[in-house]
Design a protein around this ligand. Structure first.
Ligand SMILES: [Zn+2]
Length: 110
């Protein structure tokens, strides 16, 4: 069962709404995280993992969190990597237009 998702105001700009879950008590919108997301991931494996259509980051605060962690810490736990892949797969199945193979470099994510 997917967790219930609801809209909450971004805690940073208090202007945009973020689609979030009850587990994320401090949602930040895409616009506020854009600067951080533009950072470079030095680890080639993680860089490849996070190389997904930008729309997915726009849609999901969890994916943004993971990418920012990868940029800042240069490492992710197995669990985070699994959850990341699972979320990507779920979003792609919800939005089939995003699963254009041209947009996804790594077919193992699908
Ligand atoms: Zn914001």
């Amino acid at each position: 069962m997917p967790r219930p998702r609801f809209k909450q105001k971004c805690v940073r700009c208090r202007r945009n709404f973020v689609l979030t879950t009850t587990r994320n008590r401090f949602p930040v919108c895409y616009d506020c995280q854009k600067g951080q997301l533009a950072g470079k991931i030095r680890d080639p494996e993680l860089s490849k993992l996070c190389d997904i259509p930008e729309d997915l980051y726009r849609m999901d605060p969890f994916l943004r969190d993971i990418k920012i962690k990868a940029i800042n810490q240069n490492s992710l736990t197995e669990k985070q990597i699994e959850a990341f892949k699972k979320t990507v797969r779920r979003l792609l199945s919800e939005k089939p237009s995003l699963s254009d193979p041209e947009m996804v470099d790594d077919p193992s994510l699908l």
